[in-house]
Design a protein around this ligand. Structure first.
Ligand SMILES: *Cc1c(COP(=O)(O)O)cnc(C)c1O
Length: 339
């Protein structure tokens, strides 16, 4: 099987497994795990924030950020197709008790003017705008890069209104790799950021949230409340450290593979690639084949290729560390034979 469902399917490398085996550990709830401390310190340095906190998943990291920044009854602004709105099981309503106000972006970028217009004024009828969430790269926009300029414009408005900005950067390093711009050109324009170690970076488990000292202090408490305080967590921090320090440099390879696959898909009858393919995600509208996405995906599976449905006639392909360029050539051959 050639698995293009997600970049979450990567298996830990030899080096990651060895690092887990050899990790120096302690009880992290007591603040005594040296490997966790090393990972958090390195992550804070790379992301250009005062402190960082290891969390078990991207969803947990995003939810802790929302819980830490907001009060129940607040309204948060976020993109219509953002992960926090679309894919986190309604957690912001269930846990933080906030309501969402969505703004539809273009290729993942929200218009700063629309954001400013959506910020609530002081009025007893209104909820307070408690947080603005951005997503970079934007998953449902097809791994689209949100430019530092767009982030900067939104952050400037947020600062003017004293509203924090959180970035869901599950794939932030893909944005870095795709643009050649520095990590901090992105992270300077937010108060807090979440990055996934387990997506393109290939770690088996874990995410990082980063922000200032005050934020991380409060976030640590929310993590504990949610059952995310871990004990000898060094065994998972060690592969995370390998992911963070050694796997960022190769993300461009995944983008190359995605571009190659895009070329093939564009030649297939009835298939239309609908995103720019900035990074490692390709979204294809397959309605021209007369099939529904589910049937298309089922048929591909029978031929040895896994993809996911992304709408009634949309299919998403994601490249990653565990698919080689040869695998992509094989997928291209299968697609050409059938479409
Ligand atoms: C995967 C993903 C998350 C959530 O990460 P999990 O570790 O799966 O909980 C959050 N945001 C985006 C944009 C993602 O792609």
């Amino acid at each position: 099987m050639i698995d293009l469902r997600s970049d979450t399917v990567t298996k830990p490398t030899e080096e990651m497994r060895r690092a887990a085996y050899e990790a120096e550990v302690g009880d992290d709830v007591y603040g005594e795990d040296p490997t966790i401390q090393k990972l958090e310190k390195e992550a804070a340095r790379i992301l250009g924030k005062e402190e960082a906190l290891f969390v078990t998943s991207g969803t947990q990291g995003n939810q802790i950020a929302v819980l830490t920044h907001t009060q129940p009854g607040n309204e948060i602004l976020l993109e219509t197709n953002s992960h926090i709105f679309y894919y986190e099981s309604g957690a912001v309503a269930a846990f933080a008790g906030v309501q969402t106000r969505t703004i539809t972006g273009t290729n993942g970028e929200m218009d700063p003017y629309e954001i400013e217009a959506a910020i609530r004024t002081e009025d007893q009828h209104f909820p307070e705008t408690g947080l603005i969430c951005l997503e970079n790269t934007h998953n449902r926009a097809g791994g689209a890069v949100v430019s530092p300029e767009n982030m900067q414009a939104i952050h400037a408005i947020a600062k003017k209104h004293s509203i924090p900005v959180h970035v869901d950067g599950a794939r932030l390093f893909n944005a870095v790799a795709a643009t050649g711009r520095g990590v901090r050109e992105f992270t300077d324009h937010c108060d807090t950021v979440q990055i996934c170690l387990s997506k393109g970076l290939g770690a088996p488990i874990g995410s990082i949230i980063a922000g200032d000292h005050h934020f991380i202090g409060k976030a640590r408490k929310w993590r504990k409340r949610l059952g995310g305080g871990l004990r000898q967590a060094g065994v998972i921090a060690a592969p995370g450290l390998v992911a963070l320090t050694k796997m960022r440099e190769r993300l461009w390879e995944d983008h190359e593979k995605a571009r190659r696959l895009k070329e093939t898909l564009q030649l297939c009858k009835g298939v239309e690639v609908i995103n720019e393919v900035d990074t490692n995600i390709i979204v294809a509208d397959i309605s021209g084949t007369g099939m529904k996405a589910e049937q298309f995906v089922d048929d591909l599976e029978k031929k040895g290729v896994l993809a996911v449905t992304f709408g009634p006639t949309l299919v998403r392909f994601t490249t990653h560390f565990d698919v080689t360029m040869d695998n992509i050539e094989e997928v291209s051959r299968i697609l050409k034979e059938n479409f």
